[in-house]
Design a protein around this ligand. Sequence first.
Ligand code: ADP
Ligand code: ADP
Ligand code: ZN
Length: 217
Amino acid sequence: MDLILLGPPGAGKGTQATTIAAKYGLIQLSTGEMLRAAAAAGTEVGRQAKAIMDKGELVPDEVVIRIISERIDQPDCKGGVIFDGFPRTLAQASALDKLLRDKKRKLDAVIELRVDDTKLVERIVGRFTCAKCGAGYHDRFKRPKVRGVCDVCQGTEFTRRPDDNAETVTRRLMVYYRETAPLTGYYYCKGNLRAVDGMAAIEQVGQEIGAVLDAVK
Ligand code: ADP
Ligand code: ADP
Ligand code: ZN
């Protein structure tokens, strides 16, 4: 089963992708995470990407398409993947169509997480992650059970993304509306768009997505 989680920054794609991946035995392919890993490793691609990400702009299509194409060929992706944060432009969407066709894979569903704009900034500026295992948290909406201790790995160090500040978020939202929002129309016309209410509590959104997946499986 291959799926796409679509939605603006802060909609909950990463949060839901992690849960669904574990539940359905899928591999989460987050282009944002992959680019941040490349930046941390200090590769040429990573350095260039970081400068773009810090401004809230999009990394060039060729770069992310190549990253995805190489990653999906790894044996662990055989059983199915969740694209999280990819595709983000119509050019990426059509490259993905071709890539999946060439690799004899099929897109089972495109799940759109619908969240009001006013909620997105609040979600993003309160976001933080475990430095050790990458588990995602929120200052108000998803605190660790024990203060300062990661629920998953018991790590005690947390990080915040440099691009998760109010100023860059506005830029990222504008980029989303210009470049990524048209993808809902694209997938609606192809017949595999499923909208889910992303305003509900985290567990409830997960249940709604689960219901969609059980129907398409
Ligand atoms: P995205 O990957 O779409 O940018 P995230 O999954 O990182 O979004 O979620 C953004 C922030 O909002 C995180 O801090 C996360 O804990 C929180 N969050 C995710 N889903 C919900 C939800 N349904 N209700 C409240 N907060 C949420
Ligand atoms: P969020 O879901 O909160 O917007 P991501 O982690 O998905 O954050 O992406 C962070 C940044 O990485 C984006 O603002 C962009 O600069 C870059 N990026 C991630 N995925 C893509 C993509 N598919 N195409 C272009 N740039 C991307
Ligand atoms: Zn952790």
